[in-house]
Design a binder for this molecule. Structure first.
Ligand code: SF4
Length: 348
């Protein structure tokens, strides 16, 4: 089928209602930018999943980062999208405004040069992300060891996608198929989803970020569901970037420096083995990442927890666009460029 035929099929689809989760925030952004939702029959519902690492980071983590930024001879280094995430004691942006030492980074590797140039300053890196970014933090440790740098710490809120997908399959029965996260799939490989597809009889389709790839993946999921057999499976439509076995070099780096442990996903609560923590033998790098995994209440009236698993669309939250917008976010899903509420707001 060519793109035109796929669009016609999806627009005119009259079968059973289907709910498809796009797990990754980059897919959500692309879906909105390209207007894909307007090309689908009302019977095909796309749900934005928990694929924005910033949105699922607990407030206690932000508070720990602020503590470091206020500490003498310490600098907290973070990506820009963490700056406005609300902790219990405010955001990093507010803390910086009050004089805390917060520096933006574009890559964790740039901290190596800073640490080498300023041995009396301890650089604390806020490591937030999925399997995609974890190898970069592992590389920071590897390089710091080889250069003998003693003044780097990492606070991890790194998470792995598979335990969260298992949680969703187990608890959110209404989601019938998945568009797998593209960048994460590059690291973990398409075969990672095989067990879930088999256990829960749901299609998992790996796809790229261009609209035509996403449409092809939606079509694939719908067709698999229409087939009504138990043989739902994994299809990889992004095979130029995603191998069945993934990136084994990156996996080895992750396994060398990190071990799995329970982590809290804002809105979902604690999920066993869904976090990555620095291993015992590299503890000297750890800025105190454990113990932040208590469940944190969202701000009153914020429905991020429901948005993340698709129980509501962002515009159904009473705060959407009134008390909560990208300039002044009330909840975490409005903060990041990959957060569902922010994407909906910017493309409303
Ligand atoms: Fe939370 Fe704002 Fe989204 Fe509502 S619109 S769920 S308050 S982030």
């Amino acid at each position: 089928m060519n793109a035109e035929q796929i669009i016609k099929y999806l627009k005119e689809y009259q079968g059973d209602e289907v709910n498809i989760m796009e797990v990754c925030g980059t897919h959500t952004a692309s879906i909105f930018k390209s207007g894909i939702r307007s090309l689908l029959s009302p019977k095909i519902r796309l749900i934005s999943g928990p694929g924005c690492p910033v949105c699922v980071t607990p407030a206690a983590y932000i508070d720990r980062c602020i503590e470091y930024a206020l500490k003498e001879n310490h600098v907290l280094c973070t990506f820009g999208d963490m700056m406005k995430v609300p902790g219990e004691k405010g955001s990093l942006a507010q803390a910086k405004g009050d004089g805390a030492k917060v520096e933006l980074m574009y890559s964790p590797l740039e901290i190596l040069e800073k640490a080498a140039a300023n041995p009396n300053i301890t650089y604390v890196i806020a490591a937030v992300g999925f399997e995609t970014t974890a190898p970069a933090y592992a590389l920071v440790m590897e390089e710091a060891i080889s250069r003998g740098l003693q003044n780097i710490r990492i606070i991890t809120a790194l998470k792995t996608v598979m335990p969260a997908l298992t949680w969703i399959c187990e608890n959110e029965k209404g989601i019938e198929g998945f568009l797998c996260p593209g960048h994460v799939s590059v690291i973990i490989g398409s075969q990672s989803y095989g067990e879930l597809a088999e256990t829960y009889h749901k299609p998992f389709v790996v796809t790229g970020f261009e609209p035509e790839y996403i449409l092809a993946a939606i079509y694939d999921v719908v067709r698999q569901l229409e087939a009504r057999s138990d043989g739902k499976t994994v299809h990889n439509l992004y095979s130029n970037a995603v191998k069945p076995e993934g990136n084994q070099k990156a996996q080895t780096l992750i396994e060398k420096y990190f071990e799995p442990g329970a982590a809290v996903w804002r809105g979902l609560g604690p999920i066993e083995d869904s976090g990555l923590y620095i291993k015992e033998e590299y503890q000297r790098f750890d800025g105190g990442s454990r113990g932040l995994d208590r469940d944190i209440e969202l701000p009153e009236s914020c429905r991020c927890g429901d948005v993340i698993v698709g129980r509501i669309n962002p515009n159904e939250c009473p705060m959407f666009g009134s008390g909560c917008h990208p300039v002044s976010p009330y909840g975490p899903c409005m903060v990041s460029s990959e957060g569902a509420c922010g994407i909906w707001y910017r493309n409303r």
